[in-house]
Write a protein that binds this ligand. Structure first.
Ligand code: ATP
Length: 473
């Protein structure tokens, strides 16, 4: 299993991800995507957008991040979107109480103290109020991992929404929130999309966009950040049909990750044993990160909780009128809610590989190779002149410019050809094209494939079609 530090250092060294405002010491829980990172991020979003909206029954929207504050009263976020927080008075360390308990359970399991772990797990499943978490910490003497002491404060609920103000006056009537999820931008537009798109239930609305949560602890690189992107889809259905549609979307979403090269053994389902009061089915897709299994996407059957709440708080009807069957109802919803940045990190970890290769002279070396799907790779093709003379650079540059019209392409003339391959392997470029003496004679080039390292000769004029074919396999 690759170490998280290896991924973080490769991500920084090759320009995937930098710490936010690094020159000022960074800002906790925020990250910047560099030249290669932004390409990977865009490719993930494009793959999701195509899979989710290039179909008959799903439309897209792009709602604003700031929304009317009543939205968050209706959705329950103002009163309920909080995590239990506890401070240690000696170390001043602040923890999410549930995570503190979960980490303690993990430690017990590693020491084979499974009975005690199971006891605590059972208590944790029953937790509702801050005091319930506090009692577990006290009853099982869970110490602060930093100071080792039991010098705890009470557990308090901490609302995760970032608050700000619209306009120049900072009073309570001007309070707005940075959205903590993109989903509500979809619910409030349900009627608009229904009335303008000629869709009929069942149909869905998809959106990709930023969300903000003032997480108590940010950790594990991109896994838990304060600013992140989500790709969410709400599928509106007739009440009673939710089990079928839930199963359908579960399958679609799982297959999406697999089709993009995710190793099946790195994914698993987590079935929620504690459902939100309005939900009737809920599962997560988890990925095995270097630090353990973690959610990358949730698929939830949310009944008509959100639309009914918006109907009540706004006074606007959210009903669907089925003229064919002469029925009217507030639709139920199946939601698929994935994190772009968590998927990004999962795809990075999934792609990382190191293998020992032996060159023609029998010399061995370790090559680092990011085995991204060609659809996701930040650079699709690199072009090299074999040597920097005899007309090869001119021809190579011409081919490079031609490919650049369709693909993210890099041009590299420096160092031995083997070194240039290694540089591309490390960023996951699936194809490298080399222009050599024969190219100048018969117009053919070699294409070297990243994973097999096999080379084939093809006419340079077929390169675009060749690459399109490979990308669509
Ligand atoms: P968690 O339990 O890990 O806090 P959640 O269950 O609150 O996550 P959802 O509200 O279901 O998460 O959000 C949907 C998706 O958004 C998650 O599957 C995840 O990919 C992403 N996500 C949520 N919170 C964060 C975060 N702080 N940083 C990065 N991605 C996040």
């Amino acid at each position: 299993m690759v170490k998280l530090d290896t991924i973080i250092s490769l991500a920084k060294r090759r320009g995937f991800v930098f710490q936010s405002s690094e020159i000022y010491g960074g800002l906790n829980g925020c990250w910047d995507y560099g030249p290669l990172g932004v390409e990977l991020l865009l490719n993930i979003k494009e793959a999701w957008w195509k899979a989710m909206t290039y179909r008959d029954d799903v439309e897209g929207v792009d709602a604003s991040i700031l929304m009317h504050p009543r939205t968050w009263e209706a959705s329950g976020h103002v009163t309920q979107f909080s995590d239990p927080m506890i401070d240690n008075k000696t170390s001043k360390a602040r923890h999410r109480a549930d995570n503190l308990i979960e980490d303690f359970i993990d430690k017990l399991k590693k020491k084979n103290k499974t009975d005690k772990a199971a006891q605590i797990e059972a208590r944790l499943a029953e937790c509702r109020e801050p005091v319930d978490f506090y009692n577990i910490i006290m009853d099982f003497e869970i110490p602060d991992p930093v100071s080792g002491t039991m010098d705890w404060t009470e557990v308090r609920n901490f609302n995760l929404m970032f608050k700000t103000f619209v306009g120049p006056v900072e009073d309570s009537s001007a309070v707005v929130y940075l959205r903590p999820e993109s989903a509500q931008g979809i619910f409030v537009n349900f009627k608009n999309v229904l009335d303008t798109s000629r869709q009929k239930v069942p149909f869905g609305i998809a959106q990709i966009g930023k969300a903000f949560r003032n997480e108590i602890n940010t950790k594990n690189f991109l896994f838990r950040t304060r600013e992140f992107e989500q790709m969410e889809m709400q599928f509106f259905i007739k009440p009673g049909s939710e089990k079928d549609w839930f199963d359908y979307w579960k399958e679609q979403r799982w297959n999406w990750y697999i089709a993009l090269g995710m190793k099946p053994e790195k994914l698993k389902w987590k079935i929620h044993d504690k459902l939100a009061h309005y939900a009737n089915y809920a599962v997560d897709i988890e990925f095995e990160f270097p630090f353990g299994w973690g959610e990358i996407e949730g698929i939830h059957s949310r009944t008509n909780f959100d639309l009914s709440a918006h109907q009540e708080f706004s006074g606007k009807k959210m009903e669907y009128v089925d003229n064919v069957n002469n029925e009217r109802y507030v639709p139920y919803v199946i939601e698929t809610s994935g994190g772009v940045s968590r998927s990004f990190m999962a795809f990075l970890c999934n792609a990382f590989d190191e293998e020992t290769v032996t060159d023609d002279n029998g010399k061995s070396e370790v090559r680092t190779v990011m085995r991204f799907s060609p659809k996701l790779a930040p650079v699709t093709v690199a072009v090299f002149p074999l040597v920097n003379k005899d007309g090869m650079p001119e021809k190579a540059h011409e081919i490079y410019k031609d490919l650049q019209r369709n693909f993210k392409t890099q041009y590299d003339t420096s160092g031995a050809i083997g070194r240039r391959y290694r540089r591309q392997d490390e960023i996951g470029t699936p194809f490298c094209v080399t222009i050599d003496g024969q190219t100048l004679e018969d117009g053919t080039v070699t294409v070297r494939e990243r994973d097999s390292m096999k080379q084939e000769r093809i006419p340079a004029q077929n390169l675009n079609v060749y690459l399109f074919d490979k990308m669509n396999q």
